[in-house]
Design a protein around this ligand. Structure first.
Ligand SMILES: NC(=O)c1ccc[n+]([C@@H]2O[C@H](COP(=O)([O-])OP(=O)(O)OC[C@H]3O[C@@H](n4cnc5c(N)ncnc54)[C@H](O)[C@@H]3O)[C@@H](O)[C@H]2O)c1
Length: 396
């Protein structure tokens, strides 16, 4: 254990993302929640009741608080640039939830501000911080299995039918599955494929006129090193690929297969978009019921990485290694901090000065792939990628 003091974290936005990451903050002594910014008074009060510290109505006030060292930005993604730049310019380090932002102009601007201010930006949580993904990266980097040749990632969820704010159903405002969900898959595949994607061809579907944004895509991604990847995602709430993961859900929690159709059924009981947004805010901090307890690692659907000498298959429990003649299972135990990979990266950046792999340039590169999926699908052509960065390791 370290004798360094906990990172004094301020939180911007006390919605669903904060609820999902909070168990990790609470379980990890390396983080102390000292302040928040939230427009809703009820959320601010709930924060003060639970953590003390200070609660502000605006992100600017939060950033002016000298007790805050780093800001976790968990506001809607179209606000990320404004909030990230406010924090950086106030001298704070930034943990910004995925995606980095919506437009490439904003992403590159955040990267420039990061470099000018000399602060650290980490884009996360994202499932690229899941411990089995980090174990697979370690196995690949060991060189024991030769080069990565092919990656296959798929995920079938009910994403589009969970309660949404209206803009979450508008692609240009960052809505749909590509920005919110594709970004996880892209982050993982880029991490294990070496980072330097070169081009992409994709199709995407918006199949429900009531929810007129992308619900699904299939993409073929190539890398400069010759590796290639197939990425498939459906958030259409029919097949649930947790079935392929032993009925372990995204948060590492057990999924009840008898709950089939639950997301669509709950939404059918809602009369209009306002009622739906209210339903979403019922899942916010201070209002939501406890999260299902996760006993396995978080995951983002089945994933197979084919290398020269073995296929690596990631599961919520660890990594299967299928060699030429033998196979073995490498267990990856879950500790008390479900999103430990993210806090490890935050700690390394803030306390040790080691930039995360998933920094602002990395986040911009993954966002570029999201845009490429949409452009390729719209224009029916291959899209070249220009803002890619490699997996950059720094030592602690
Ligand atoms: N990593 C994850 O597990 C995960 C899960 C869900 C969402 N997300 C990401 O988190 C971000 C937020 O999504 P969400 O689903 O939590 O949305 P949400 O609507 O549940 O929460 C957003 C919160 O931001 C607050 N907010 C709005 N404007 C604000 C402002 N100016 N200052 C401070 N707070 C403000 C809202 O009141 C709300 O509580 C998105 O970028 C999304 O992609 C990440």
């Amino acid at each position: 254990m370290t004798s360094d003091p906990a990172i004094r974290l301020g939180v911007a936005g006390l919605g669903r993302a904060f609820v999902l990451t909070l168990p990790s903050f609470k379980a990890d002594p390396r983080v102390e929640l000292v302040a928040c910014a939230a427009p809703r008074e009820a959320s601010r009060e709930a924060f003060l009741n639970e953590f003390g510290g200070s609660a502000y109505a605006s992100v600017e006030e939060l950033c002016a608080d000298p007790s805050v060292e780093a800001v976790y930005i968990a506001t809607p993604h179209q606000m990320h640039r404004e909030h990230a730049e406010a924090a950086l310019q106030a001298g704070k380090h930034v943990l910004v939830d995925k995606p980095l932002c919506v437009s490439m102009i904003d992403a590159l601007a955040i990267a420039e501000t990061t470099e000018k201010t000399g602060r650290h930006v980490i884009v996360g949580p994202s499932h690229s911080f899941d411990l089995p993904v980090l174990k697979a990266l370690e196995l690949i980097e060991s060189g024991a299995y030769g080069q990565v040749r092919m990656l296959h990632a798929l995920n079938y969820t009910d994403f589009l039918y969970r309660p949404r704010r209206p803009e979450e159903l508008v692609t240009d405002e960052g809505g749909g599955v590509v920005f919110s969900q594709g970004i996880h898959q892209i982050d993982i595949v880029r991490l294990l494929g070496g980072g330097m994607a070169s081009s992409l061809r994709a199709s995407a579907g918006a199949w429900d006129p009531q929810r007129p944004t992308e619900c699904a895509y299939a993409a073929h991604l190539t890398f400069e090193n010759g590796a290639f990847a197939s990425l498939t995602y459906s958030g259409f709430a029919h097949f649930d690929s947790n079935e392929y993961c032993g009925w372990t859900g995204e948060l590492g929690h057990p999924v009840d297969p008898t709950g089939y159709g639950g997301a669509r059924r709950a939404l059918m009981a809602v009369e209009d978009h306002e009622a739906e947004a209210r339903l979403k805010s019922d899942r916010t901090f201070g209002a939501s019921a406890a999260l299902p307890g996760g006993s396995e690692n978080e995951h983002f659907g089945p994933l197979i990485v084919s290398c020269d000498k073995a296929d690596l298959r990631l599961t919520p429990q660890g990594v299967w290694v299928y060699g030429h003649l033998e196979k073995e299972f490498i267990q990856v135990p879950v500790g008390p901090v479900p999103r430990r990979g993210v806090i490890d990266a935050l700690w390394a950046a803030v306390r040790r000065g080691c930039p995360a792999i998933q920094d602002a340039r990395w986040g911009a590169a993954s966002l570029e792939v999201c845009h490429a999926i949409l452009t390729s699908a719209r224009e029916g052509r291959e899209v070249e990628l220009e803002h890619q960065v490699p997996v950059r390791r720094t030592t602690q």
